[in-house]
Design a protein around this ligand. Structure first.
Ligand code: FAD
Length: 462
């Protein structure tokens, strides 16, 4: 089994030779730091709107090296944040949040549209998403969620409860007692998507300078060892890596997520499991897992693993602790016993950016020319597209319905300094794992008090 090497997704398509680094001191109209989905979508929409703009992208490693080339491949419309927190802090209130959610749902189709228009083959299938309950407490939480979802104006089209028989007609998950189905999610091969997008952006005349680490960002200036880039607009699109930039240690917590993938399953196994609709799938545990049936007939499954490294430390090219691989393997065997025969072929991990209040931000300070977007809390694949379109409109200063959405200009508090940050993140996931264990050993429909305490302390949205 391969461990690390960025991700299975990258190994499956092959990591390409590096694009040339920044040749030296450069002037541009817009300088984007980070070539993940946020940076690349921003470049894409800027260039389409104004082909004459001189846009450059600076990337420390290669385009798609970060979470964008390692994720679970859910193009999900899930709101990256708390509805009530956005509503209480933005003048647009609840209607503004509903509009942001509507835009996120549209974004799933926008990503599919661009893939088709630009000829990016990323195995995209819009099959919706299933949140599966495997305990009575999880099932009760799902059923309760139908209430608040509807009171926020959700229609049955948007979320639907499936009992275990109906769920089994879609996917056979051992131990499932029910599920929620949301139609607005697509499955992709994320490295194919980010690599295709980087190609399209490069072809449109935007240089993506790789092996070019930015050492500091200030008004009008991004510094690199190869020389400075001067631009009226500098956009920080570094999500889980942001803590590595001067002055940003406490802006976003790099939360780790780990994944495993099986070998291709046999036809017999797929006949038993089903999953022909290619729905993305997660469970309702507090330390939840997420999964997809890949385009080449494997199961890719992810979960938290070691949640956080002291001092906002990062993994080494996606290498995962053996204990995490074993833990995810146990969950896979429990939910999909038929997958065991295919064996595990690869494990990897990556970091996603989490703000202290778990609410994402898209922002531009026009006077300083500094902007950034991120903090999608693990729901960044579609959100980065909407954020990129919004950053592009903010930079161009055009009237746009996107620039008034409630995440624009949102300010999250800073994270606590170490060692409180480390102790908090580790403690929280220890609480969640204990809560999950307790809930699985009893029939009660009540959510464990430990998990409630964890939610209250951390500020994780419902
Ligand atoms: C294992 C895992 C599973 C996930 N699953 C899902 C999922 O299924 N669905 C979903 O919606 N979200 C998921 N996410 C989250 C999602 O992948 C991210 O939110 C999203 O990809 C963020 O995109 P980004 O461009 O903002 O950041 P990234 O993709 O992390 O890109 C940031 C880029 O900036 C570069 N960079 C950083 N610092 C510098 C610097 N100083 N100089 C130059 N370049 C720099 C990095 O090398 C990187 O390429 C997952 C994340 C992980 C880690």
């Amino acid at each position: 089994m391969q461990n690390g090497e960025v991700s299975f997704w990258w190994q499956a398509r092959g990591i390409p030779p590096l694009r040339p680094p920044l040749p030296g001191r450069t002037d541009a109209d817009v300088c984007i730091v980070g070539a993940g989905f946020t940076g690349l979508w921003t470049a894409y929409y800027l260039k389409r709107a104004d082909p004459g703009l001189r846009v450059v992208v600076l990337e420390q490693t290669f385009a798609g090296f970060g979470a964008s080339g390692r994720n679970g491949g859910w193009v999900t419309a899930t709101l990256p944040g708390s509805r009530s927190r956005y509503a209480s802090q933005h003048p647009s209130g609840a209607p503004g949040v509903r509009e942001l959610e509507r835009r996120l749902r549209e974004t799933v189709d926008e990503v599919a549209r661009v893939c088709q228009h630009e000829g990016i083959d990323a195995g995209l299938v819009k099959g919706g998403t299933l949140t599966v309950a495997t305990t009575a407490a999880q099932d009760a939480r799902l059923r309760r969620r139908l209430g608040p979802d509807r009171s926020w104006g959700d229609e049955p089209r948007i979320v639907r409860y499936l009992d275990k028989t109906e769920l089994a007609t879609r996917v056979q998950v051992t131990g499932a007692v029910g599920a929620l189905y949301y139609p607005d999610c697509a499955r992709v091969q994320p490295a194919d998507l980010v690599a295709g997008l980087a190609e399209v952006v490069t072809r449109s005349g935007v240089p993506v300078y790789e092996a070019t680490p930015v050492t500091s960002i200030s008004a009008g200036l991004a510094r690199t060892p190869a020389g400075d880039v001067r631009a009226p607009y500098v956009l920080r699109c570094t999500e889980g890596f942001t803590a590595g930039l001067p002055g940003q240690h406490r802006t976003l917590l790099p939360l780790n997520s780990s994944m495993i993938v099986t070998g291709p399953l046999s036809e017999d196994a797929w006949k038993t499991i089903g999953w022909d609709g290619c729905e993305t799938l997660c469970d309702e545990a507090h330390a939840y897992i997420y999964a997809q049936r890949t385009a080449d007939g494997r199961i890719a499954l992810g979960g938290r693993g070691i949640p956080y490294r002291f001092g906002s430390g990062l993994d080494h090219r996606g290498q995962v602790a053996p204990s995490t691989v074993a833990q995810l393997g146990r969950i896979l065997r429990r939910m999909f016993p038929m997958a065991v025969e295919a064996g595990l072929e690869h494990a990897w991990c990556g970091v996603l950016g989490v703000p202290r209040d778990w609410c994402a931000t898209v922002t531009l300070d026009r006077s300083a020319g500094l902007g950034w977007a991120g903090g999608y809390t693990g729901h960044g694949v579609a959100a980065a597209n909407l954020a990129g379109r919004t950053l592009a409109d903010l930079v161009r200063g055009v009237p746009s319905p996107l620039t008034t959405l409630p995440w624009v200009g949102h300010r999250s508090p800073r994270w606590e300094p170490e060692p409180a940050r480390w102790a908090g993140a580790r403690g929280l996931y220890a609480l969640y794992r204990t809560a999950d264990r307790l809930e699985s050993t009893r029939r009660s429909t009540r959510t464990s008090l430990l998990a409630r305490a964890g939610d209250a302390i951390s500020g994780i949205p419902d």
